[in-house]
Design a protein around this ligand. Structure first.
Ligand code: ADP
Ligand code: MG
Length: 256
């Protein structure tokens, strides 16, 4: 077995009497692309938010353990956890507009992350911001660095979110429905970009999606979630050859 980067053991999340994540365990290996798929409402986002300690106030969570390499995430004090989030674990999600600051240039928003996590001079920061914009394939970065989020297309905004996440040089990037809000033609581009970046940087990519067809091209392993439970986990090839769970079979049968 490869050594694990993130290990989640017996995670349960409830809202009042309702269990939305039901005693799940899984692990993500260094450098792999791990896809968590399942229909809307099955508990995928809540699972990711549990790992990041970003659950809504009304949620109650318990877990036997959540570890990142050898660090027990459940035992880290809040103030240190804030530093780890955005640094060792990055997050992008569906709607980039809701997490970008509308009155701050995209360059300044990337620079802010660099300042928070690294000791760099202003010149180094500016250089690194341009590098990051190039890395996410934003054309003419020298000009666009001074633009505001509303001046960019939806796909470009998502690229900026990816640049912000990459700025911390994370070991793990969580991408929760990263293309759901985008036009179909742009979706594949963003997924290709994520895959390329994952290969360039060696980070692990945790892709969360309701769309098996979309993620199966780039995932190394697939876990299927249904009603708060992970019902099957397999390497992608294996999954296509011999998934067993009735819900996995239903997802496979629905593929175009
Ligand atoms: P997915 O990401 O798979 O679409 P979620 O993880 O967002 O699903 O949600 C799982 C379940 O938790 C859903 O049934 C949803 O209604 C419920 N849920 C999510 N957020 C809240 C909340 N703030 N209060 C109550 N229930 C919630
Ligand atoms: Mg979700």
């Amino acid at each position: 077995m490869p050594q694990s980067l993130l290990t989640v053991t017996n995670l349960t999340v409830t809202f009042g009497q309702t269990k939305v994540v039901d005693d799940i365990s899984f692990e993500i290996h260094p450098g792999e692309t791990f896809a968590l798929v399942g229909e809307s409402g099955s508990g995928k986002s809540i699972t990711a938010l549990s790992v990041l300690r970003l659950l809504p106030n009304a949620a109650r969570m318990r877990a036997q353990s959540i570890t990142l390499q050898d660090q027990d995430l459940l035992k880290i004090p809040e103030i240190e956890f804030c530093k780890l989030r955005g640094r060792r674990i990055g997050l992008i999600f569906q709607d980039p507009m809701s997490s970008l600051n509308p009155v701050m240039t995209i360059g300044a928003q990337i620079a802010e992350v660099l300042q928070l996590h690294f000791q760099l001079t202003q010149k180094q920061i500016r250089q690194r911001v341009l590098e990051l914009l190039k890395q996410v394939e934003i054309p003419e970065p020298e000009r666009r660095v001074n633009e505001y989020p509303h001046q960019l297309s939806g796909g470009q905004r998502q690229r900026v979110m990816i640049a912000i996440a990459l700025a911390g040089q994370p070991d793990l990037l969580i991408a929760d429905e990263p293309t759901t809000a985008l036009d179909v033609t742009i979706q594949a581009q963003i997924l290709d970009l994520l895959k390329n970046l994952q290969q360039q940087t060696g980070m692990a990519l945790w892709l969360i999606s309701h769309d098996l067809a979309l993620v199966s091209n780039i995932a190394d392993r697939i876990a299927v979630m249904q009603n708060g439970k992970i019902v099957e986990t397999a390497e992608t090839g294996e999954f296509f050859r011999q998934a067993r769970h009735p819900y996995s079979l239903k997802l496979l049968a629905a593929l175009p």
